[in-house]
Design a protein around this ligand. Structure first.
Ligand code: ACO
Length: 325
């Protein structure tokens, strides 16, 4: 028998305020037509003044815990994937721990892999569970990218939104085959030589300022399709699964054209692809758990389904995961 990390609950949270493309077009030189054609985005949610990443993360976590039927103190490890922490330190995970009311001294820390953050956090928690250092985990992707956007730069500010999603993992046992419920594989990569394609031009030890997101959009686009399809093929080969056995493909929601290009390369047809970019825009580390939560809520993803996740983000970082729900 092998230990498996089984998804026991999922939850999401989006800030109340919705900003449409038309509203952005009143402030900067852009149009609904341009944004929809180049990215598929129709709207994004943006936090209110004073609303922080930890608030979104805590709300998503509470919903995931309720879905799993667990209390905060049942959790052994909290991993928050974010590039927009409340503060430089401490980790947002410890703030969430406090806001949830955890008093059990369990571990909490952040993972920084930008848009790949959720996959990196999921892999981290899975490994803690597999080696027996935790029996339950809360894995959260939460971002307030609206705080690091240059709202004068139309080539980037139209693409992102705020939000959070969370999953609860519980240790279970399987026979080690692909029939097991739980996380069947994770594959992670990074290449720091590609830093300049997507980064924030500030930080505590460089400028002392938070900085703004900078991106070479066309180059990121090219790397996104090739790297995300390569890392999903790596996952399929490692597990011996075929693309047509995947029930749901839940990619990082970066851009509709990237999602379609990657799905086409994998031979996964449109009706098996979960797309939320139109409603949420790119919420970085939150995008995959937000999309998962929508598809669980509307009953597309059912227990026993095979779900394929993939993402790429600043670093560059990229990764994939296969989960039997
Ligand atoms: N509104 C109107 N026009 C715009 C806007 C805008 N918001 N932004 C740029 N333009 C203009 C440019 O100025 C340019 O005008 P020009 O031809 O007169 O110089 C024209 O549109 C074309 O610009 P490009 O940058 O070449 O447009 P492109 O077709 O490459 O689309 C985009 C840009 C959407 C950023 C695309 O490159 C892309 O999707 N890249 C991937 C980036 C991404 O998804 N990043 C997310 C983070 S990384 C991740 O999550 C994987």
């Amino acid at each position: 028998m092998v230990r498996r990390s089984i998804v026991a609950g999922i939850g999401a949270y989006l800030p109340d305020r919705v900003v449409t493309n038309a509203e952005l077009a009143e402030r900067i030189d852009t149009s609904d037509e341009w944004i929809q054609e180049r990215s598929g985005i129709q709207q994004r949610h943006i936090v209110a003044d004073g609303e922080m990443t930890s608030d979104l993360a805590t709300a998503a976590a509470q919903r995931a815990l309720a879905a799993a039927g667990l209390e905060p103190d049942d959790i052994g490890i909290i991993v928050v994937a974010t590039s927009t922490p409340d503060e430089t330190f401490p980790a947002t995970a410890t703030v969430v721990q406090s806001k949830l009311g955890c008093a059990n001294g369990s571990m909490g820390f952040d993972v920084q892999a930008v848009c790949s953050g959720f996959v990196f956090a999921l892999a981290t928690a899975d490994n803690f569970i597999k080696v027996g250092q935790a029996d339950t985990a809360l894995v959260i992707g939460a971002e307030t990218f609206s705080k690091i956007l240059d709202w004068e730069d139309r080539s980037t500010c139209v693409l992102f939104g705020d939000g959070a999603g969370a999953v609860v993992l519980k240790a279970g046992e399987g026979d080690g085959s692909n029939a097991d419920r739980g996380i069947l594989s994770t594959h992670l990569h990074s290449d720091g030589r590609l830093h300049d394609l997507l980064y924030v031009d500030g930080g505590p030890s460089s400028t002392g300022q938070v900085g703004h997101l900078r991106m070479e959009g066309r180059e990121v686009f090219k790397h996104a399709v090739t790297k995300m399809s390569a890392v999903t093929i790596e996952a399929l080969e490692a597990t011996g699964l075929k693309a047509d056995e995947i029930d749901w493909f839940v990619p990082h929601q970066a851009n509709r054209r990237i999602i379609d290009g990657t799905a086409r390369k994998l031979g996964i047809t449109g009706e098996r692809v979960v797309v939320t970019i139109d409603q949420h825009a790119n919420t970085s580390a939150a995008s995959i758990p937000l999309a998962l939560s929508v598809a669980v809520e509307d009953k597309r993803i059912q227990e026993g389904n095979l779900v394929l996740l993939e993402a790429m983000g600043g670093g560059l970082t990229w990764g994939s995961g296969i989960v039997r729900w």
